[in-house]
Design a protein around this ligand. Structure first.
Ligand SMILES: [Zn+2]
Length: 260
């Protein structure tokens, strides 16, 4: 087997490692999520330093190591500068939200090109949307991020049930449905009356429709969709909760996001 391999990846996070080195967690097209060490990258003179910022899309050459693989070379393909340089810091907040959520939902070294392509699509759309003057821009951008997460959950096999009641399996046609996070989907009004539900929120029919569309339509579809501010907020509440339940830990980036 070759001692080096190449792939394309997005840098999800980095942390210091030993005196001059850094560990990078990357989401790659060919190998899923991997961790590599980059020797000497804490030094100002490191030639790799300029390419190794979180959420850079990079071409990588990696050398196999006994304990941990080592970054041999790296070239930047795209750095999403509109998101990175957004003066309102909304772009920075989105990058952190996407990175933390993607890192939290994805595990393992399997080939995951469909999920990788979805992440690139989400980044490309947000890179273009962030420079537009949009009403409810923060809520709309978070909405796009949450649509991405719901699509990612679907690809990972954790799609929430949004077409039928998870208890009686009847199609959800009635109003006053609730979303029960402990059961992973919608519960109809009839079932809600007779069972004890602990972790639920009431969802409007328009948000149920959006959750269904998130499964069926490409991300691009949601860019120019006309949505009321209260629907955006309601949908984002469901999206955040779904992310939280599936990550099984607090989402730190949301604290910064809500302060913007
Ligand atoms: Zn039911």
């Amino acid at each position: 087997m070759s001692r080096t391999y190449t792939t394309t990846g997005i840098i999800l996070k980095r942390r210091d490692y030993q005196e001059n080195d850094r560990l990078f967690c990357l989401y790659t097209k060919d190998f899923g999520k991997i961790e590599v060490v980059a020797r000497g990258t804490k030094k100002i003179t490191s030639k790799l330093k300029g390419y190794l910022e979180p959420f850079y899309l990079v071409k990588l050459m990696i050398a196999k190591g006994k304990v941990i693989d080592k970054l041999a070379n790296c070239n930047s393909i795209k750095c999403y500068e509109n998101l990175r340089n957004d003066p309102t810091l909304l772009g920075f907040g989105l990058i952190n939200y996407l990175a933390e959520g993607t890192d939290g939902l994805i595990s393992g070294h399997t080939s995951q090109s469909d999920k990788f392509e979805l992440l690139l699509e989400a980044l490309d759309i947000m890179e273009q949307e962030i420079i537009k003057d949009l009403p409810e821009k923060k809520e709309r951008m978070q909405f796009l991020a949450n649509i991405y997460f719901i699509k990612l959950l679907g690809l990972l096999g954790y799609q929430p049930e949004i077409h039928r009641c998870v208890l009686c399996h009847k199609g959800v046609l009635l109003t006053k449905n609730v979303f029960d996070f402990s059961k992973g989907g919608l519960i109809c009004e009839d079932c809600k009356k007779v069972c004890l539900i602990e972790d639920y929120i009431r969802v409007s029919d328009s948000v149920i429709k959006l959750l269904q569309l998130a499964k069926e339509k490409p991300l691009e579809y949601f860019r120019n969709l006309a949505i009321e501010a209260n629907e955006l907020n309601e949908f984002n509440g469901v999206g955040e909760k779904l992310l939280l339940i599936n990550m099984e830990k607090p989402i730190k980036s949301l604290e910064f996001f809500s302060s913007i």
